[in-house]
Design a protein. Structure first.
Length: 619
């Protein structure tokens, strides 16, 4: 804009100068003419001079220029003001835009907050509804539980202790055997009669309620641990006056009687009479979860590994996947078995009344308790166990036998205590079990076993632990027990089972002395003997005999059993169930010298057993 004004001013100035020059030229020409060709005829008009005109023009130009400058200054001021206003408007617009953005963000945040608040409110309302429903359900459940505990309590509360009879039942059982054993529903497996014995020619039938059981469990809880006391009894004991003549008057038998302190950190300490640590359990190493063959026979199944005796056990839960336990348990040596055994030893004696032991049973002089250790683990499918047993044996030997002459001149062996000494040895074994579910837990398959030396008493047949050397030293017997089980639950009420197992003892002999000697006389095994003579129980006929000259030792006992349990009712009022079981037993004898009458020198006994049971379990 300033350049345009300057150009215009220059243009005006140049024009003015040109005009002035023209006027000057014209004046000169007139003057010349006047002097040369014309003569003034009148008084000439007076005109301003050029300088005056130029001065005037300059003044006008300066005035115009000043005006133009003023206009330029005014326009610059207006322009600056317009620019300032534009900048202010721009700043105001930016501020307005920022405020608008902030307001939009605030509105968006407010909308989000409102949406979150609405959502939270909806969640709170939903939670309130759920809590109300849950609270109502909880109140209803609490009322139901209180009513149940009042009307149908699971346990009796006495001060700070719960008392429960769960596990108790009343049983009516029967047994029929194709070969008589002279036993109740409990089968003496090593008493299966040989085929040509007297008893094998007769069947037997007995009915019994003696396996009925009473169980009482006491539980007390404090912040650091749970304390448990357990007492379990049945009527399979025999008193001095017990008989079947008119009143089957049998006495209470102690099955289990133990106390336990279970700490919250997984340690458990248990002491008393209980199932051996060698017995399979279903949950860790917990007492009360022992899994027994589903048989009616209280001797269970051949091949089953167990004892029920005093023990002190310490166990630890390792992360709910594994359990480790050790125990010290009551020891007992089964009397040395075999043929032609020396008699110059002392290993135990019959019980004494003053010691509260049975005077008709033998008790060994134990060197130390049996020591057991077990690892159980449950990886998520099935239950598995590995265990070991250490046993300690001892006898006293009188090696210096002498000959005693009787008054009639006959002689007999005698002894002297000169040179007597104690002989001891260590035995033991390893065992394990595995149980796995199939078909959505409707089918389970299990196997268990024990292999060892001197562990015969842990096999349910209790065949033998040891024999003797000719000098009277203990010679432990190798043995193994094994049992396979299949159990099925096709319906909630029906359980089917099948077991096959056996207890096996190896030979160990020194000529004719020892267990299972092939030199043992077996020539009379095929001949039925006449009954033994007795003057008790009213006369003869009560002492069946095994064949003479058939003195071999038991090699193994095998059993196949199958049966079912059916629950007619199972609910708050208890459990009422019924069972029928069939078992086939075979007891094999180590072969010996059979001569011409018994080629091969072997013998065996078989028995077919049918048992029934009806039980009512206390809930």
């Amino acid at each position: 804009m300033k350049n345009h004004l300057k150009t215009m001013a220059t243009f005006v100035l140049v024009s003015a100068m040109a005009t002035a020059h023209a006027q000057t030229t014209a004046a000169s020409g007139s003057a010349t003419g006047k002097n040369t060709g014309h003569k003034a005829t009148g008084k000439a008009a007076r005109r301003p001079s050029v300088e005056t005109q130029i001065q005037q023009l300059r003044e006008e130009m300066e005035t115009q220029i000043n005006q133009l400058k003023q206009q330029l200054n005014d326009r610059d001021a207006q322009l600056q003001s317009a620019q300032q206003q534009a900048e202010a408007a721009k700043a105001a617009a930016a501020q307005a835009q920022q405020q608008a953005q902030q307001q939009a963000q605030q509105q968006q945040q407010q909308n989000a907050d409102n949406a979150s608040a609405v959502s939270n409110l909806q969640g709170a309302v939903s939670d309130l509804k759920t809590n109300s429903t849950s609270l109502a359900s909880s109140i209803q459940e609490t009322q139901t539980n209180i009513a149940k505990k009042v009307d149908h309590p699971d346990s009796i509360h006495f001060k700070g202790v719960e008392i429960s009879p769960t596990g108790s039942f009343i049983e009516a059982a029967t047994v029929w055997r194709s070969a008589a054993t002279g036993g109740d529903i409990n089968t003496a497996f090593t008493g299966i009669p040989l085929e040509n014995s007297n008893a094998a020619q007769l069947t037997e039938f007995y009915g019994s309620g003696r396996q009925s059981r009473l169980a009482i469990k006491f539980t007390g809880k404090i912040p650091s641990m749970t304390m448990t006391g357990y007492y379990e009894m049945d009527w399979l004991g025999t008193g001095i006056t017990s008989n079947n003549n008119q009143s089957n008057s049998y006495v209470v038998r102690q099955r289990q009687l133990w106390a336990q302190a279970a700490l919250n950190n997984g340690w458990k300490f248990t002491g008393g009479q209980m199932w051996s640590l060698a017995t399979e359990t279903t949950k860790g190493l917990d007492n009360g979860t022992e899994i027994l063959p589903l048989t009616i026979d209280p001797q269970y199944s051949a091949g089953f590994v167990w004892t029920r005796q005093y023990g002190f056990r310490v166990s630890k839960n390792i992360g709910e996947k594994a359990w480790l336990g050790v125990s010290a348990e009551n020891a007992e040596t089964l009397n040395p078995a075999g043929s032609s055994l020396p008699t110059n030893i002392l290993i135990g004696e019959a019980g004494t009344g003053g010691g509260l032991y049975n005077s008709t049973a033998n008790y060994s002089f134990n060197l130390a308790p049996d020591m057991l250790a077990k690892l159980a683990f449950e990886p998520g499918w099935g239950h598995y166990e590995v265990f070991g047993i250490a046993r300690f044996f001892r006898d006293r030997i009188y090696p210096n036998e002498i000959v005693i002459t009787n008054p009639d001149g006959t002689t007999k062996p005698g002894g002297t205590s000169v040179g007597a000494f104690n002989d001891s040895t260590v035995g033991g074994g390893i065992g394990g079990s595995a149980r796995a579910p199939f078909a959505n837990k409707k089918l389970s398959v299990a196997i268990k076993g024990l292999w060892g030396q001197g562990t015969g008493r842990y096999g349910t047949s209790t065949i033998a632990d040891t024999t003797l050397r000719p000098n009277g030293q203990l010679a432990l017997l190798h043995n193994f027990s094994a049992l396979g089980t299949i159990e099925a639950n096709p319906t909630a009420r029906l359980t089917l089972y099948a077991n096959y197992g056996g207890d096996y003892i190896f030979r160990r002999y020194f000529g004719k002395v020892g267990y299972g000697s092939p030199l043992t006389n077996m020539s009379g095994c095929n001949t039925e003997p006449v009954p033994g003579i007795t003057t008790t129980n009213g006369g003869d006929g009560f002492t069946p005999s095994t064949p003479a000259n058939c003195g071999g030792n038991t090699k193994d006992v095998q059993e196949l059993s199958t049966g079912y349990w059916y629950d007619f009712y199972r609910g708050p009022a208890g459990r009422f169930r019924q069972s029928i079981q069939y078992s086939y037993f075979q007891r094999n004898i180590w072969s010996g010298d059979g001569g011409t009458t018994n080629p091969g020198g072997g013998a065996k006994g078989t028995d077919n057993v049918v048992e029934t049971a009806i039980r009512y379990y206390i809930p």
